[in-house]
Each structure stands twice: as structure tokens, then as C-alpha cells.
Design a protein around this ligand. Structure first.
Ligand SMILES: CC/C=C\C/C=C\C/C=C\C/C=C\C/C=C\C/C=C\CCC(=O)SCCNC(=O)CCNC(=O)[C@H](O)C(C)(C)COP(=O)(O)OP(=O)(O)OC[C@H]1O[C@@H](n2cnc3c(N)ncnc32)[C@H](O)[C@@H]1OP(=O)(O)O
Ligand code: NKO
Length: 377
């Protein structure tokens, strides 16, 4: 292991990265709060400012992936669709099997210039995660309780609000609704069987209602669905802690652009269309498992310097006062102050560890874990 690689595994480095992330994030959250009055005067300007503020936060995580861990992301896609990426609004449908799949998604957002504005249909619990969840509130992220009776109205309304969004965005949908585990897979395949649907090997059975409501409400504002299938080389199961430890992963993403007009408007037909899409996605994963690559040519967009520049900016801004504070603390010689500071840092570390835990599959929700009784008529 080289010296630099060894340095990346050191807890102190992780502490510094997390300190910059959390403090800059909280500053951004406060700045976002300050944009609230502007919403009533000039909503589009407030939205544009929030896109840039959100970029300050999400791009730090992308920087850790791209520059700190040096992970690589390869895009397989049709060269004719490629020039349209980042130039139109789109609904992205992605498999949900990896702890850092959202981060790989963000990397592609960054490379196509839509990182600050991109959105997701997210579970409500994430709205309470400090920094990220709070920033999402101002980004008009659509949250759901994963209870259709309660979600049907709010999700549709929130999607309608995006119709006049002033910046290009990608709207991410994990139709599986939760992350893949063997147990959830087994249960969802029982549901598939009851419904007479083909079994999937690499995906959970997709939930169709969120997809249908998204397509219907973004018609006219989104141009296409980007069917995206993600996997990692060498059967890796990447984690956020692995990234922080400087572990390099190699992600492969296969994207097909499907014009929105070609998706059925009728709910039942749209659901059948999505089930067929997931059967195709499953066959792409099978091909990946067999050959180590997806169909189609590689069109890799390269990483841009902006995430690194933003990260260095916040680091310089926040590490200098931290250094001064530490020097003052040590020179004060007060045991009580030092102990209080150590206690504060330990509590903050635990807080960040909890945030990282949100990405961990073994700490995931029980959604999709319970047997359901269905009748197939
Ligand atoms: C060029 C590059 C291209 C791409 C780059 C890639 C990506 C970048 C893009 C953007 C990035 C932006 C942001 C990313 C940042 C961070 C993201 C982080 C995480 C957030 C993700 C989440 O929180 S995922 C969880 C929340 N989201 C969802 O759940 C979405 C999917 N769910 C739905 O659509 C649901 O329908 C619902 C939530 C709207 C409602 O759920 P509910 O459970 O109430 O209802 P359902 O109707 O779905 O369920 C009942 C029906 O389902 C059947 N059923 C029962 N049990 C199961 C089972 N185990 N599996 C499957 N189906 C089941 C049941 O029979 C009912 O069937 P019906 O026939 O009656 O429908
Ligand atoms: C700069 C790096 C510093 C690192 C600090 C920690 C950052 C923590 C960021 C938390 C981001 C949370 C995003 C989680 C996305 C996710 O994957 O959510 C899971 C849901 O889809 C489904 O949930 P489930 O039903 O539980 O599978």
C-alpha cells in the first residue's frame, strides 16, 4: 500500500472530510433558508440560487468518489442519444442494488451539468437527514411515504410544480422502491408469480404507480425516460465507507433513451410497459454477469474539475478557522474546554456515522420485507 493510499484510510482524514461536508452543508442550509423571502418575489431566481447552493453540497460527495477514491464510471449508450444528455429534462429509471448507486447517478449528473438541479422520488425519512435532506426540501425533491393512498395526491402535485422549473433536471425513480436484498427479492417474486408476471433474477418487481404518476405529470416537460442499468466490475459491492477509505471502484452504466411519447398513457398499459422494461433490464444484467460488459458502444464523459474546485474552496474556507481554534484550545490549557471539545467532536462523528448508515443496506427499511396476501383476479 502506498503512502497516499495509507493516508486515505486514516480516521483523521475522514474526520476532516466530514467536518468540511457537515459545516459547509449547514452554512448552505442557512443560506437556503435566507432565500425563502425571495420565493415570494422572484421564484425562478430563488430556484436558480438553490440549484447552485445544492451543487456546493452534492458535488463534495461526487468529489470524494471521483477525486479521493479515484473511482471510474463508464457509460454505455447510443451515440445518437448522447448529445441530448444534459440538454433536456428526463426521467431516469435505475436499478436499486448498491449502497452508492445514487452517488454514481450524481457523478453522471455532474458530467452532464445537471447535478445541482437533479431530483428523485425519495422516501420521506430522508427529508430529516441533516444537510442532504434539508437541502432537498429547497430543491423541491418529491418525497413519498410509500403508501399510495397518501402519496397519490402529494406526489402528483409536487411533480406538477416542476413544470415551470427554470433549469434542466433529471428526475430519478427507483421503481423497485427499496434496495435489493435476497429476502425482499424472494417476496417480490412471489408477488410476480401471483400476478402471472415473469420472474426477475437481478431486480425486485417494480412498483408501477410511482412511474405512471411521474410520466403522466411530467408529460410536456420531460422529453424522455433514460432507462439506466448499473453494475460494478469484479462483483464489487461498493460502500460509502469504502469510498471514504479511498477504495477505487469501477462502475458501468448502460443507458437507453426512450422518448416519453412512446410510453402508454393508460395506467394498466403503462404498468405492463414497465414490467417489460424490467425484464429487459434483467437480461442486460445477465449479459453483464456473463461477459462483464453491457451491449452498445462506450461513450464515457470525463470528470470535470468543478467538484474538486468546490471541495478545495470549502476546505480552505473552513479548515483555517478550525486550525486557529485548535491552536487556541491547546494554548488555553483548560482541561474542561479540551474535554468538552473532545465530547463535541465525538458526538458529531457519531452523527455523521448515522448519516452514512442511511446508505447501508443492512440498516435499510423493512419495506418489501413482509409477505402480502394477493389474489390474482
Ligand atoms: C446519462 C446518464 C443517465 C442516468 C444517470 C443516473 C441517475 C442520475 C439521476 C438523478 C440523480 C438524482 C438524485 C439522486 C440522489 C439521491 C437519491 C437517493 C435516494 C432516494 C431513493 C429512495 O428513497 S427509493 C424509495 C422511494 N421511492 C419509491 O418507492 C419509488 C417507487 N415506488 C413507487 O412508485 C410506489 O408505487 C409508490 C411509492 C408511489 C407507492 O408505494 P406503495 O407501496 O404504497 O404502493 P404500490 O402501489 O406500489 O404497492 C402496492 C402494489 O405493489 C404490489 N406489491 C406488493 N408487495 C410487493 C412487492 N414486495 N414487490 C412488488 N410489488 C408488490 C401490490 O400487489 C400492489 O400492486 P398493484 O397491482 O395494486 O399496483
Ligand atoms: C463528503 C462525504 C461525507 C460523507 C458524509 C455522509 C453523507 C451521508 C449522505 C446521506 C445520503 C442519503 C442518501 C441515501 C440514499 C438511499 O439509498 O436511500 C435508500 C432508499 O432509496 C431506499 O431505502 P430502503 O427501503 O431502506 O432500502
Amino acid at each position: 500500500m502506498g503512502l497516499l493510499q495509507l493516508l486515505k484510510t486514516q480516521f483523521l482524514c475522514h474526520l476532516i472530510i466530514c467536518y468540511v461536508f457537515v459545516l459547509s452543508g449547514l452554512i448552505v442550509n442557512v443560506l437556503q433558508l435566507c432565500t425563502l423571502p425571495l420565493w415570494f418575489v422572484n421564484k425562478q431566481l430563488a430556484r436558480r440560487i438553490n440549484v447552485r447552493l445544492c451543487y456546493c453540497i452534492s458535488s463534495q460527495m461526487v468529489a470524494v468518489l471521483e477525486w479521493w477514491s479515484g473511482s471510474e464510471c463508464t457509460l454505455y449508450t447510443d451515440p445518437k442519444s448522447y448529445p441530448l444528455y444534459g440538454k433536456e429534462n428526463a426521467i431516469v429509471v435505475l436499478n436499486h442494488s448498491f449502497e452508492i448507486d445514487f452517488l454514481c447517478g450524481w457523478t453522471f449528473c455532474e458530467r452532464f451539468g445537471v447535478l445541482g438541479s437533479s431530483k428523485v422520488l425519495a422516501k420521506k425519512e430522508l427529508a430529516y437527514v441533516p444537510v442532504i435532506g434539508w437541502m432537498w426540501y429547497f430543491l423541491e425533491i418529491v418525497f413519498c411515504k410509500r403508501k399510495w393512498e397518501e402519496d397519490r395526491r402529494t406526489v402528483a402535485q409536487d411533480l406538477q410544480n416542476l413544470k415551470d422549473y427554470p433549469e434542466k433536471f433529471w428526475f430519478l425513480l427507483y421503481c423497485e422502491g427499496t434496495r435489493f436484498t435476497p429476502k425482499k427479492h424472494q417476496i417480490s417474486m412471489k408477488v410476480a408469480e401471483t400476478k402471472g408476471l415473469a420472474k426477475l433474477k437481478y431486480h425486485l418487481l417494480p412498483r408501477t404507480k410511482g412511474f405512471w404518476v411521474t410520466v403522466q405529470n411530467l408529460r410536456g416537460s420531460a422529453a424522455a425516460v433514460y432507462d439506466s442499468t448499473l453494475n460494478f466490475r469484479n462483483n464489487e459491492t461498493p460502500t460509502l465507507l469504502g469510498i471514504l477509505n479511498g477504495k477505487k471502484y469501477h462502475a458501468d452504466l448502460y443507458v437507453r433513451r426512450i422518448p416519453l411519447e412512446s410510453i402508454p398513457e393508460d395506467e394498466a398499459e403503462c404498468a405492463a410497459w414497465l414490467h417489460k422494461l424490467y425484464q429487459e433490464k434483467d437480461s442486460f444484467q445477465e449479459q453483464y454477469a456473463q461477459t462483464g460488459h453491457y451491449p452498445g458502444p462506450i461513450m464515457s464523459p470525463s470528470r470535470r474539475p468543478w467538484t474538486l474546485i468546490n471541495w478545495l474552496f470549502w476546505s480552505c474556507l473552513l479548515l483555517y478557522p478550525l486550525g486557529l481554534l485548535l491552536a487556541q484550545l491547546i494554548s488555553s490549557g483548560s482541561m474542561l474546554t479540551i474535554l468538552a471539545s473532545v465530547a463535541f467532536c465525538s458526538a458529531a462523528s457519531l452523527g455523521v456515522r448515522w448519516m452514512i448508515g442511511q446508505t447501508e443496506i443492512n440498516k435499510g427499511s423493512s419495506y418489501g420485507n413482509k409477505e402480502v396476501t394477493l389474489n390474482n383476479n
